[in-house]
Design a protein around this ligand. Structure first.
Ligand SMILES: [Zn+2]
Length: 144
């Protein structure tokens, strides 16, 4: 799953690293942290890079989906809504979503996951653009 955060760098600690001292020997128990770099946290890449088990990855994904900051204007959201359904989803936040619908690879209708810009009804990618009225000469008309 790819999560996108408003902040360029953000850190969400699911399980802090724990130091155990046993008979004078310190051992570190690995923690689980979602680190957003360049606005993005990719749980599958984190799993590969950090040696997480599938269970670790799913725990972090669930933690993020249930986090207060999920779907919040200053928090983060899921980049690709196709994965939703694998994990129990919390109630949607108060963020207005783009009204654009598209058909995904499974042939299902899906709503654009992006937030609305300004007080419009679409995200910046789907904001309808009024085409400038440029007369086209007949020779430039191409049939596709
Ligand atoms: Zn959109």
């Amino acid at each position: 799953m790819r999560f996108v955060a408003r902040a360029e760098r953000a850190k969400y600690v699911y399980k802090p690293m724990v130091k155990h001292v046993n008979g004078g020997v310190a051992t570190m128990e690995r923690g689980l942290t979602a680190r957003f770099l360049g606005h993005v946290f990719d749980s599958e890449r984190a799993q590969k890079a950090l040696g997480w088990t599938d269970e670790d990855r799913r725990a972090v994904e669930r933690f993020l989906l249930e986090h207060y900051d999920f779907n919040r204007p200053n928090g983060f959201y899921l980049e690709d809504a196709q994965h939703v359904g694998e994990v129990a989803m919390p109630a949607a936040g108060a963020v207005l979503r783009c009204l654009e619908f598209f058909v995904n690879e499974a042939g299902e209708s899906e709503q654009c996951p992006n937030e609305v810009v300004g007080d419009g009804e679409y995200c910046s990618a789907h904001e309808p653009v009024v085409p400038p009225e440029v007369p086209v000469a007949p020779s430039e008309v191409v049939n596709i």
